[in-house]
Design a protein around this ligand. Structure first.
Ligand SMILES: Cc1cc2nc3c(=O)[nH]c(=O)nc-3n(C[C@H](O)[C@H](O)[C@H](O)COP(=O)(O)OP(=O)(O)OC[C@H]3O[C@@H](n4cnc5c(N)ncnc54)[C@H](O)[C@@H]3O)c2cc1C
Length: 266
């Protein structure tokens, strides 16, 4: 394999990372490196500069703030999984973090990297959308409903850095996931929550991008039981088909995972 050059920077602060990012249009932020390094090895990404933000203390925190938990973008998945605060206030989020990949991935991967990458089978997007969370960058706040714009794409602008995510504490919430047995990515994962603004059902893994299911949300608003959504079929036309499973298989999985999530949330 022919090596190609890039410049590695270890950012000492968020401000420094932003300055380097501004100066180098082909630069990329490096968080846990669980996706980016693999993409570089496969030549799917060839950044001119890597700006390592994994050591920034200002991005690594979990704190309760009123009726929400705010988690820094540089917080690793295992830290969310074992956090006493998250387990106390939003146990479904801790459970979701615990289900990501394997211990090595959970000890390297970070919340901000996962959201910025927006893999169609990633877990965090389901929690962010299901809990009606707010993504904050160094420039603005973005509502979950506006953040995930398509497969591997988000509302982030050029040079925008995810700094933290505010997850509102909900009355009830649960996540049920059918993992790919090899990678542990979601074949279908459903996050269900009773939030202040109503019931939300967010699905990852099944389609090109995380999405909500309004029909299930309306049924659960009237009757928050697995029975209430038993008859709701997911249209397979917009779902993913690949070597791991057909769209019809995933459509069925979404129904099963949604009912399991509601049962767990009860
Ligand atoms: C074997 C394996 C199994 C996995 N299984 C799962 C799974 O079951 N569920 C799941 O959800 N995920 C899974 N993952 C993905 C993993 O958990 C990480 O979430 C993912 O790799 C991205 O996070 P990262 O910190 O590694 O980001 P990186 O790879 O460092 O970066 C990813 C992208 O995000 C950008 N970026 C990073 N941080 C920021 C920021 N703060 N602001 C803006 N842009 C940023 C980078 O420039 C890059 O483009 C798996 C990964 C592997 C390798």
């Amino acid at each position: 394999m022919i090596p190609y050059p890039f410049t590695y920077h270890r950012a000492g602060s968020l401000a420094e990372a932003e300055t380097i990012l501004k100066a180098s249009p082909e630069a990329k932020l490096l968080a846990g490196g669980q996706t980016l390094i693999a993409a570089m090895k496969m030549r799917l990404a060839q950044p001119s500069d890597l700006i390592d933000i994994s050591g920034l203390k200002e991005l690594s925190f979990i704190r309760a703030a009123g009726d929400a938990i705010v988690i820094g973008a540089g917080t690793r998945h295992f830290e969310v999984a074992i956090s006493a605060e998250v387990n106390r206030l939003i146990p479904a989020l801790a459970h979701l973090a615990e289900s990501i990949g394997d211990p090595a991935v959970r000890h390297m991967g970070m919340l901000g990297g996962s959201l910025a990458n927006n893999d169609p089978a990633a877990d965090y997007p389901a929690a962010v959308l299901g809990l009606d969370a707010t993504i904050r960058t160094q420039r603005r706040s973005i509502a979950a409903d506006d953040f995930f714009t398509g497969m591997f794409s988000t509302a982030l602008d050029e040079g925008e850095i995810v700094t933290e995510v505010s997850f509102p504490v909900s009355a009830r919430a649960a996540y049920a996931k059918f993992p790919n047995p090899a990678s542990r990515y979601a074949m279908a994962g459903v996050f269900v929550a009773k939030t202040k603004s109503g019931v939300r059902v967010a699905v990852t893994g099944a389609g090109p991008c995380v999405f909500r299911v309004p029909e299930m949300e309306a049924a659960l608003a009237a009757d928050f039981t697995p029975h209430a959504i038993a008859g709701i079929e997911i249209n397979a036309a917009d779902l993913n088909s690949d070597i791991h499973g057909s769209a019809e298989y995933r459509a069925n999985l979404v129904g099963v995972m949604a009912r399991r999530a509601v049962a767990a949330a009860q």
